[in-house]
Design a protein. Structure first.
Length: 479
């Protein structure tokens, strides 16, 4: 067959495929017309739209069907809901009231319902929503197990929590092997890592710091959540009174590769650690440096949040502009926006938004102008909500950072006051004057998962998180 003949066949195939691509949407229109817009036709309408991969366009029909139906006993619509949620994400439906979410038995909706109960502190209701409602093979099962493990930990059922987190790790790994969708695989990997960390967090909550210390080390440093968890490891070392290792973990945040991160509680823990070791000058340097750098920038962030209120479009564009390389506001705001742009939850919201916008092209190919108009309105409604969800996430992240920064600045002030008091006690002989000496390998503690590195020729990225100081506490009486 010559090249011209092949081109003709391909062209004919594309024409046929184009006609078929809109056939389901056209059938959806016929259903709406014949039923005079009755919600009884909505399950079949959703089915046809799903056939045409118009998932975001189908969302308003699902929401209206759930809202207006007195009760739903339709396994087919439950399966369709699960399919749509898989593509548009759970956030589109989290805005629905719990009374509406309770109408359907779709596993994805049961998970969303449990999340809403969890955020309201209704842990028993959340467990009831999860109990026996989500099959192991379902895509939301690993995430539901993480939620369940968190509830057990909060309610101090530590044994049940660890068991659930372990199950979550196994289920996440199983689904990682099965899925072929890159974004789904990434979310499952992150969920697996959060479940691994959940084990350590539960042990920490149970004051089992030695075991938590070992469990934290099970998290791969290549995980996108590892940088944030490093701070938790530092706290665990602090509770173990292994202050040199606390300082070693905290100094990791100064690595160039982690400059995108901003955690205002890091200098607080660093200053507290120096204070516990009676290294008052070091504590003062940390406090002064952070306060001098961020007190004014904190005011700039507060002003931005007050000025823009709940203008979600503004926050969406703010984060988008930073991703595009534009510098907005002061250094603090830009660091926070850099961090947000790397957050897995933010990335997922944006990816869903982009995939939703791709549906516009498919809708534009529909010949029926009335159908095209209705589906365009539906798409606009769903995508506008998705954009606002992104903006709300950005705003919430900035609000949380502003709150933590305010608390950290206040905490550093109290630390400086305590440091001055102790310095005064030392001056008046109430506390002994230490012998000056900095660093000795004998002050380094290690467990079976930690090793000593000579650091000959290495650089920052080689052993991130394995740094440890070797300072002697000056609180001890020198003989």
């Amino acid at each position: 067959m010559n090249r011209f003949a092949k081109s003709i066949i391909v062209l004919i195939f594309l024409v046929i495929a184009s006609g078929k691509a809109n056939a389901s949407a056209e059938r959806a229109w016929d259903l709406l017309v014949s039923s005079n817009g009755s919600i009884k036709s909505y399950p079949r309408v959703v089915e046809e739209l799903v056939q045409d991969k118009l998932y975001f366009a189908a969302v308003p029909y699902i929401k209206e069907y759930l809202t207006r139906s007195s009760s739903i006993e339709n396994k087919k619509i439950d399966r369709l809901i699960d399919t749509v949620v898989t593509y548009v994400g759970v956030k589109q439906f989290e805005v629905l009231p719990t009374q509406i979410l309770k109408k359907t038995s779709a596993p994805s909706m049961k998970y969303i319902l449990a999340k809403k109960y969890f955020r309201s502190g209704k842990y028993k209701d959340a467990l009831r929503a999860l109990n026996g409602t989500i099959p192991k093979s379902h895509t939301t099962k690993p995430f539901a197990l993480f939620l369940e493990g968190s509830i057990h930990s909060i309610e101090r059922r530590f044994k049940s929590s660890v068991a659930t987190y372990n199950e979550c790790v196994l289920e996440s790994r199983k689904q990682i092997k099965k899925t072929r969708i890159a974004n789904d695989k990434k979310q499952l990997e992150i969920n697996r890592d959060y479940c691994l960390v959940g084990i350590a967090r539960t042990q920490f909550a149970n004051n089992d710091y030695e075991r938590a210390n070992l469990s934290y080390l099970d998290l791969d440093k290549r995980s996108p959540i590892w940088p944030e968890v490093l701070f938790e490891e530092a706290w665990n070392s602090f509770y173990l009174q292994d202050y040199n290792r606390t300082l070693g973990k905290l100094v990791t945040y100064k690595a160039p590769i982690l400059q995108f991160l901003f955690n205002p509680e890091v200098p607080v823990l660093e200053a507290m650690t120096y204070l516990e070791m009676c290294l008052y000058e070091d504590a003062k340097k940390v406090s002064d440096k952070f306060q001098n750098e961020y007190e004014n920038q904190h005011l700039g962030l507060s002003k931005l949040l007050r000025k823009n209120g709940k203008n979600y479009r503004y926050y969406y564009l703010l984060a988008k502009s930073r991703k595009d390389g534009r510098i907005r506001g002061n250094n603090l705001i830009n660091r926070l926006l850099n961090k947000i742009n790397r957050d897995s939850a933010y990335i997922e919201l944006v990816d869903r938004f982009v995939s939703g916008k791709e549906e516009i092209e498919r809708v534009n190919k529909i010949r029926n102008q009335k159908l095209k108009k209705i589906l365009t309105i539906n798409l606009k409604e769903s995508l506008l909500l998705q954009r606002n969800l992104i903006g709300a996430y950005v705003r919430k992240s900035l609000n949380i950072a502003e709150h933590h920064l305010e608390r950290s600045l206040e905490a550093l002030t109290y630390i400086k006051l305590e440091m001055l008091k102790r310095s005064k006690d030392r001056l008046y002989g109430i506390e002994p004057e230490p012998l000056r000496g900095r660093g000795d390998i004998r002050y380094i503690k290690r467990n079976e998962k930690q090793y000593f590195w000579s650091f000959e020729g290495e650089f920052w990225a080689d052993e991130l998180g394995d740094y440890v100081f070797s300072l002697k506490s000056e609180c001890e009486v020198s003989l």
